[in-house]
Design a protein around this ligand. Sequence first.
Ligand code: 5GP
Ligand code: MN
Length: 335
Amino acid sequence: MEIQELVYYLAVPRDVVVVSHRNPDGDAVGSTLAIGRLLRKAGHTVHMILPSEFPPFFNWMPDIDRVWIYDIRTEESVKVLQEADLIWMLDFNSLDRIDKLGEEIHHREDARTVLIDHHLDPEPIADLMYTEVAASSTSELVFDFIRDAGWINQIDHEIAISLMTGILTDTGSFKYNTRPELFHKVAELLSFGIDLNDLQIKIFNTLPVKFLRLLGYCLHKRMEILEDYHTGIISLSKEDFVKFDIQRGDTEGIVNYLLMIQQIKFAILITEQPTIIKLSFRSKGDFSVQQFARDNFKGGGHKNASGGATYGTLSKTVKKVKSLLPLYENSLKSA
Ligand code: 5GP
Ligand code: MN
């Protein structure tokens, strides 16, 4: 399907479901709210569904109270997915990234589907695939899509704020994945009367005290530096999660601190979840954590930010990671 066919298809009111990925971040939430609002304003019936809960610091976002969490409103979510004319997927590259929600979508071969995403290796899961790995964020691509569809006049202050949130979170406030054209788009979005400083405070300066205590603990007690491999590892056990009263989303951002060390090129956060061990990988420069995640932990993502998972114990996983490093010694040295 081409964009113009979709525009034509949307000339009459449709039932649309907009979905994004599990453990939604600012890009997932922002792109979902932007597309959801745009389509609702155009007269469509829109349901926005996220597989699991978003962090509470997104509670201020426009229309966030309209979002359903699949884990909580499962039956209603299944029903609207079964009835949808159009399913709009954002910020993920394969249906298994959204678990059961992905199975529901898989069963809907008769529905039209759109995917907007910036992850590496997108699977052909939609009739209209709008993907670009060089984009900073899915939110940036949503802006491009809106422009290409001829809907630019439909952007309002709330849509602009949602897209800016996605761009800010995925670029770490314009640190990663920026291209010159991003700043032209950002300039257009800011012209909707957005106070950038206020927005950054809302997104980044809202941490609970326990996060800083946890961060201190991670850096003081749980950080291992493997100088020969330019690698840093932080691992957290189930007991740590209990002790600091944290949930999975609360560890967001911790892995990036390792990259602040001059000689570190590869940063790894390993956390023990109820049923799996989750790994977060980040890198500076040319070392591809996407390849590392894909080759060893059935994971993926982006060149400098990826993730994966494994079963087994925390200590075995840490050992496995360490035993893999010599295989990557050369690429780590030259990166
Ligand atoms: P995070 O480390 O913040 O969980 O994820 C970093 C990036 O890697 C995100 O873009 C995310 O989509 C991707 N990612 C995280 N975990 C997995 C995984 O298990 N499989 C795949 N394919 N991608 C992942
Ligand atoms: Mn993203």
